[in-house]
Design a protein around this ligand. Structure first.
Ligand SMILES: Cc1cc2nc3c(=O)[nH]c(=O)nc-3n(C[C@H](O)[C@H](O)[C@H](O)COP(=O)(O)OP(=O)(O)OC[C@H]3O[C@@H](n4cnc5c(N)ncnc54)[C@H](O)[C@@H]3O)c2cc1C
Length: 492
């Protein structure tokens, strides 16, 4: 960067820090490199960029004031929750202001009669269930990161989880949103069932921080089921376990959850912090849960056992109490992090397929692993057909990070080849922008960009995520690759 540009950037940053400090207070603004480094990526650590600053508004009005100021100066900004995203959604390219919502972490209201709760965006997912469990209620969407991720981030990614097979993903539980738009305007969406007009709640949910900053969320809460049973089924073959998954659903049972881990994943969880003592040498384990009124539960478990026996199950165990059930779920829900016990690094992929094609796609993933020489563990929401190949690699080996990314794309191709898609729940972010072309034509991508333009006409709000380059004619700004500056791309 030439001297004049450096000076201009530095003046811009000084003005930004002064104004943000005036608006939010000294403790609510980070701008030194040593502080900013925490925010250079989310849970997908292979892409990084330095933000210009990070600000921590505590109210909707403060979010709005910050956005108005940035919008007027054409400074790009990124909303951020807990930073557990796995597709680079909250990762800066360089030069954006991160608007962290973690100070907005209150449970605002619970209406048990109408089964609704209102939370601020920085409220942690699991806290909601913990806060209402004494009244016999819970919040159903349960991403495995639920002890850390925010409900604002869940809305932005339309997060799923183990129990979304029966209860639906985040969008099925969002009843209303308060949103700060690209220019700072505050709007309320939803709140009325089947309201006339477009389903704006549906558009905002899963929009990856590009269409608005969510500042309050009304969600539905559910009565805890009267009864619940959880079973572990062990298999000597991935194919058998895969057929069990599709046959259980085909039999008309709708379990609350069916999760699968393969041999490498089992090795990881058994060496990490929540082992349960799965036998050695297993090729696959299924965790299956049924819930509902007590009268029907035993029949459902028996039917699932029948299906497992039909597919050569080695052993089935039913949890004896909540303690044992909790231990099994902790083992499964900490499986991503457990890969650290068997590999220096790993890349989480997130494809989705028709569940009847599970066996075939897992076989293809095994081939991709053999061809590349990288181990791939599979731990995933099998009932939803939502695969998570975990590509194990060592970033210290030259070229291996790129190879892992290439292998990730190949696993997604394996999904799209059988009519699946490139993300089941983690979003597109930075990581899968180019992979959008596996499922959409250029024209379809352009149509989606036209929707983005309605909400985010200057592409300042979480710029250049989700959609592939080349940017269309007239694209205004991009923060890509410019270090602490951002540059104009596209042509008029
Ligand atoms: C170990 C582990 C397990 C996981 N398991 C699951 C799983 O089972 N299911 C699943 O769906 N995901 C899972 N994830 C991914 C991740 O936890 C989810 O995507 C989660 O919803 C992200 O929430 P967050 O608060 O961390 O958001 P962030 O990572 O901070 O942000 C994610 C995206 O949301 C946007 N955003 C954040 N807050 C707001 C807001 N208030 N308004 C508008 N946009 C906003 C950001 O700009 C970004 O694009 C897992 C991650 C990890 C690390």
């Amino acid at each position: 960067m030439n001297e004049r540009r450096v000076r201009a950037m530095s003046e811009k940053k000084t003005a930004l820090v002064e104004e943000m400090t005036r608006l939010l207070g000294k403790d609510a603004v980070l701008h030194r490199d040593a502080d900013l480094i925490t925010y250079e990526c989310d849970g997908l650590t292979v892409f990084r960029g330095m933000p210009l600053a990070v600000v921590f508004p505590a109210t909707t009005e403060e979010v709005s004031d910050v956005v108005k100021w940035l919008y007027a100066r054409e400074i790009p900004f990124i909303p951020r929750g807990a930073g557990t995203g796995l597709s680079g959604g909250a990762t800066p390219f360089g030069g954006e202001v991160i608007i962290s919502l973690v100070r907005m972490k209150q449970l605002l209201h619970v209406d048990y009669d109408n089964r609704e709760a209102v939370v601020q965006p920085g409220y942690i997912n699991l806290q909601l269930t913990n806060s209402i469990t004494h009244k016999g209620f819970y919040y159903a969407p349960d991403p495995s990161s639920q002890a850390n991720c925010t409900i604002g981030g869940n809305v932005a990614e339309n997060a799923g989880g183990a129990h979304c097979l029966k209860y639906g993903v985040t969008t099925n539980h969002v009843l209303g949103l308060e949103v700060v738009m690209h220019d700072g305007e505050i709007v309320e969406l939803g709140g009325v069932p089947d309201a006339p007009g477009y389903d704006l709640l549906g558009i905002l949910t899963g929009s990856e921080g590009m269409l608005g900053i969510v500042t309050s969320i009304t969600v539905s809460i559910l009565k805890q089921p009267e009864s619940k049973e959880t079973a572990l089924a062990y298999f000597d073959s991935v194919e058998d376990a895969s057929y069990v998954v599709s046959d259980i659903i085909a039999a008309g049972i709708v379990p609350a959850a069916i999760e699968m881990m393969d041999e490498i994943a089992i090795q990881g969880v058994e060496r990490a912090t929540n082992p349960v003592g799965h036998p050695e040498g297993l090729k696959a384990v299924l965790i299956m849960e049924v819930d509902g009124i007590a009268a029907g539960i035993e029949d459902q478990i028996n039917e699932m056992v029948n299906v497992c026996e039909h597919h050569n199950v080695k052993e089935i165990k039913v949890a004896q109490d909540d303690r044992e059930r909790g231990k099994w779920w902790a083992n499964r829900k900490t499986a991503f992090g457990a890969m650290g016990a068997i590999s220096p690094a790993y890349l989480v992929q997130d494809g989705v397929i028709p569940r009847s094609r599970l066996s075939e796609v897992l076989a293809r993933i095994a081939e991709i692993s053999a061809e590349s020489g990288l181990r791939i563990a599979n731990v995933f929401h099998a009932g939803d057909g939502n695969l998570h190949p975990l590509i194990l690699f060592d970033a210290r080996n030259e070229g291996e990070t790129d190879l892992a990314l290439e292998v990730g794309t190949k696993t997604l191709e394996a999904c799209t080849e059988v009519g699946g898609s490139i993300t089941g729940e983690h979003g597109v972010g930075i990581e899968k922008k180019e992979d959008m072309r596996l499922v959409f034509t250029e024209e379809e991508i352009d149509r989606q960009l036209a929707v983005r333009d309605v909400f985010n006409p200057n592409n300042l709000m979480n710029p250049d995520k989700q959609f592939p380059k080349p940017a269309r004619c007239g694209e205004v700004k991009s923060a890509v690759g410019s270090g602490d500056a951002y540059q104009t791309v596209g042509q008029d």
